[in-house]
Write a protein that binds this ligand. Sequence first.
Ligand code: BV8
Length: 295
Amino acid sequence: SRAGALRRAEPSTDMEAFQSLLRSSKRIIAVAGAGLSAASGIPTFRGAGGMWRKYDAMSLATPDAFDEDPVRVWQFYHYRREKARAAQPNAAHYTLAKFSIDSERHKIAPESTFTLVTQNVDGLSRRALDETYASLGIPIPTTGPPEMLEMHGRIFDVKCSSDNDEHTVYDPSSPICEALRGTEELVEAGSTEPVILEGALPHCATCGELARPGVVWFGEMPLHLDEIDDLVKSADLCIVVGTSSTVYPAASYASTVRKHGGKVAVFNLEHSTGDDKADFLFLGPCENTLPKALG
Ligand code: BV8
């Protein structure tokens, strides 16, 4: 019937077909979200993990929340810093890390380029990459295009909350300030919020203003956008991993690749926005499906 003729082709679930597509792909990108780190014990934003104490995580990742209650927002980020520190990269991180290394990737996708665009701020993809370079005895390249772009910043970065000082420092200390020590346990215990004075929170070493986590909040400009836009426009394959594809502009990348004639492969535990338009859809935990697909 005509309606039948209009119906889009279902995404393929054929791993062999995906791997032969890989062999002929030259400009590959991956777009990752919280599902990539779920197996590492990092809570995702949706589902059960999306709540911290009685707050919706998304409502805390905003400049207004920080202006209104920097003590609460800093406790939220301290909790997530401690989670990220205790976490280990999982098989999906390591698979993407190995795929990021030219000599390794060219064994399955000859002469291809690759960049991981991650929405995650947990640093696990970076750790997996550094460990993989080390385990292969390959020095970490200091020139050439970056293997990954952390478009929403990094949980261990800290910057000034005012515009006085634009520079961001990497400060993985645990805790970042004495006042926050131990407050991460309160979440599990669900006990009352501790009283912490704003003066006890981290402050900018340069100007003395309140410091803030070096992540991109809702309403703020993501990082590396020009570079990402160029990559997205020229990609012939976009691998989408562990993201609900609901936050922009990251959620628009797969459809932009398709618009420019590229292919899209979605790896997710369950259905996600727009996956019906993908060329390939591999449902299941990415820590299982990704090693099969790119391993
Ligand atoms: C922007 C860092 C302008 C902080 C994050 C009104 C005012 C202002 C802006 C807007 C507005 N309305 C809409 C917008 C745009 C807004 C937006 O998209 N809002 C949404 C809610 C509609 N976006 C912004 O504000 C962005 N900036 O727009 O600037 C602009 C405009 C045009 C072009 C350029 C700029 C900034 C957004 C960044 C916010 N910061 N993170 C922090 O982490 O605390 S967002 C944060 O939430 C994550 O980084 C991520 O991006 C998002 C969560 O999404 P996911 O990662 O997908 O995670 P989620 O939990 O949703 O899903 C998990 C998935 O994994 C699920 O699908 C699940 O099935 C799957 N999964 C689970 N386990 C597994 C698995 N998959 C595989 N294996 C498993 N084991």
